[in-house]
Design a protein around this ligand. Structure first.
Ligand SMILES: NC(=O)c1ccc[n+]([C@@H]2O[C@H](COP(=O)([O-])OP(=O)(O)OC[C@H]3O[C@@H](n4cnc5c(N)ncnc54)[C@H](OP(=O)(O)O)[C@@H]3O)[C@@H](O)[C@H]2O)c1
Length: 302
């Protein structure tokens, strides 16, 4: 194992989205660059801009955002930091999710055709793009319109050239199959990490189809009463390689499946470099299995 902790290293290996967008295996989740509870402006605007520039300078070329982060402020910050964008940068954004105010729990999904079209048009405007490389439906839970019709709306936007590739967020494997009967799905994203395997069945389906799976909160490690069980496995591995437990958690993601595209989020340049360096931590099959076995995956995607 080499390069751990070296901020200058490049991400080895790539993932291909939709057959034509090649990105490094560790992306960046920009959600934290908002106000408290993902509401409003990121308080340190200059620091946020500097961090985003460092992200692309370090070699990361996949950034995950959403119109609901802020709302809107996250996309605007990315635009202000990085436009005109590097040619190889893929910005994935999402729509169809709304916040009722700064209370973190006051949210809902909206699937109305005109609303989703407005989401895409206004993300294009905020990001100053002609076409969004990867556009996720943020959640398949909108009750105003059947899921199938929401997929038809995204297909329509793709045919009009406003979306290059369509992705889906927080769905089940069965919903992926439903969507694939309507339109090609180029990527999926779900909550999946050493302690939470909500996306396990979806990961299996994505791997079978060769679709990138982007785990969110990818490096999170349980801090509740189960914490010691996780640290008893993760700490010795981290010590052995001279890295942090977060780096072990990210390295495990990459070993878990060749389709993984983790999007660790951070407000800290040193953490961003560490997250990127996790791509060169080589775990043994026994270590990978020990981490995988910390949580039962079967039937978790219900
Ligand atoms: N599709 C969805 O519904 C959905 C939902 C949630 C999130 N997401 C996406 O997933 C991305 C990742 O989630 P997240 O932003 O909550 O980030 P995360 O990867 O879960 O980690 C965030 C936390 O971990 C800390 N951290 C990050 N790197 C670290 C490191 N190397 N060492 C120690 N601590 C570290 C951060 O603190 P510091 O800032 O101090 O580093 C922060 O407190 C989001 O940005 C968003 O793009 C998607």
């Amino acid at each position: 194992m080499t390069n751990n902790g070296n901020p200058d290293m490049r991400v080895p290996g790539t993932v291909t989205i939709g057959g034509d967008l090649v990105v490094g295996r560790i992306g960046f989740g920009a959600m934290q660059l908002t106000g408290p509870k993902v509401w409003g402006e990121y308080p340190d605007r200059d620091g946020g801009i500097e961090l985003l520039k460092e992200v692309v300078d370090a070699g990361i070329n996949f950034i995950d955002t959403a119109d609901v982060y802020g709302p809107h402020t996250n996309e605007i910050l990315i635009h202000d930091a990085l436009h005109p964008y590097p040619a190889d940068l893929v910005i994935a954004t999402k729509g169809g999710f709304v916040r009722g105010g700064p209370d973190y729990k006051d949210w809902d999904a909206v699937g109305n055709r005109v609303y989703l079209r407005q989401c895409v048009y206004t993300s294009l405007r905020r990001l100053d793009l002609d076409r969004i490389d990867l556009y996720y439906l943020h959640a398949p839970t909108a009750s105003d319109v059947p899921f199938e019709q929401q997929m038809e709306t995204l297909a329509e936007l793709q045919q009009e050239g406003l979306i290059r590739h369509i992705g889906l967020s927080n769905l089940t494997a069965a919903q992926l199959r439903t969507a694939q009967r309507i339109v090609e799905i180029a990527a999926v994203t779900a909550h999946y990490n050493v302690g939470v395997r909500l996306g396990a069945e979806l990961l299996e389906a994505a791997e079978r189809d060769g679709i990138p799976f982007s785990p969110w909160h990818p490096a999170a490690i349980p801090r509740d009463h189960t914490a010691s069980r996780f640290s008893s496995i993760l700490q010795p591995i981290a010590k052995e390689y001279g890295v942090t437990v977060q780096q072990v958690a990210l390295a495990w993601q990459l070993h878990r499946s060749p389709t993984m595209l983790p999007i660790p989020g951070t407000t800290n340049v040193a953490h961003m470099a560490e997250n990127l360096a996790a791509a060169s931590v080589s775990l043994t099959p026994v270590e990978v299995e020990a981490i995988t076995d910390l949580v039962t995956e079967a039937g978790s995607d219900k």
